[in-house]
Design a protein around this ligand. Structure first.
Ligand SMILES: *Cc1c(COP(=O)(O)O)cnc(C)c1O
Length: 239
């Protein structure tokens, strides 16, 4: 194996062990939790190596980096998750390779994604990004809709051609009453996820937890973890 492959294998093994331990502690089955590796700022060659090591879900947060990477890896059976703030002028590109957009946070984006998915003849899985630090009607600093906007977006996505409502996503807030309280913020997210499922039973994905807080997310009940640094290493600045 190349040095890089050996390193990624060791990192993946450590992350896998953390997830398994967290699942056991929470009385959850390991297969209730899906690992998504966030490959942003790292090259397509790393994506390929991760695939060889068994990774099947990858995430990116910038279209300009993600589009060429997805094209370079088009021969692999990977699910691509888009997790960054998304401008409507990038939607057409993103819809051409993303299987999931986890950062849906406003009605305009739903309209644009729907048109792009239909045009590309694809179905895009949508997660509504929730920001606990956003005020009603606003978005959070890192994107996301305030909790009282979830249901409106859910209805719009469900009615939009080309889109599928899959669940909720959150990045633990850095500001506001939940700052530094990952566990509490993930538990709050799970409450919103339960309400969403009551109205939309198929929307059962809960994407929460990153390198630093994946245990708290597993304990709360997350179904998908988005892990970058712990697998690929610390990103260069501006990543
Ligand atoms: C970068 C990123 C991650 C991964 O963060 P790490 O701390 O590197 O694991 C997860 N989610 C989103 C939305 C990200 O942008």
């Amino acid at each position: 194996m190349t040095d890089r492959k050996t390193q990624l294998a060791a990192n993946l093994e450590q992350v896998e062990e953390r997830i398994a331990t967290a699942c056991a502690a929470a009385g959850r089955k390991r297969d209730e939790v899906t690992l998504i590796v966030v490959t942003k700022t790292y090259p397509a060659s790393d994506v390929r190596t991760l695939y060889e090591l068994g990774v099947r879900h990858v995430a990116e947060n910038k279209d300009q980096d993600a589009a060429p990477k997805a094209a370079a890896c088009a021969d692999l059976s990977l699910s691509w998750h888009f997790v960054g703030q998304l401008q409507t002028n990038k939607v057409r590109s993103v819809a051409s390779y993303a299987d999931f957009v986890q950062s849906v946070d406003r009605p305009k984006l739903v309209t644009a994604l729907s048109a792009a998915a239909v045009r590309a003849d694809r179905e895009t899985g949508c997660l509504i990004q929730v920001a606990l630090d956003a005020e009603s009607g606003d978005r959070g600093a890192r994107g996301g809709v305030a909790p009282d906007g979830i249901e409106e977006l859910a209805g719009l996505i469900e009615d939009a051609p080309g889109l599928r409502l899959d669940g909720l996503m959150m990045v633990a807030p850095l500001h506001g009453p939940y700052a530094g309280r990952q566990q509490a913020s993930f538990e709050r997210l799970m409450e919103f996820a339960s309400s969403l499922r009551a109205a939309h039973p198929a929307a059962n994905m809960v994407s929460a937890g990153m390198s630093g807080d994946l245990e708290a997310a597993v304990a709360a009940g997350a179904t998908h973890l988005r892990v970058g640094t712990a697998v690929l290493g610390v990103r260069p600045r501006l990543g």
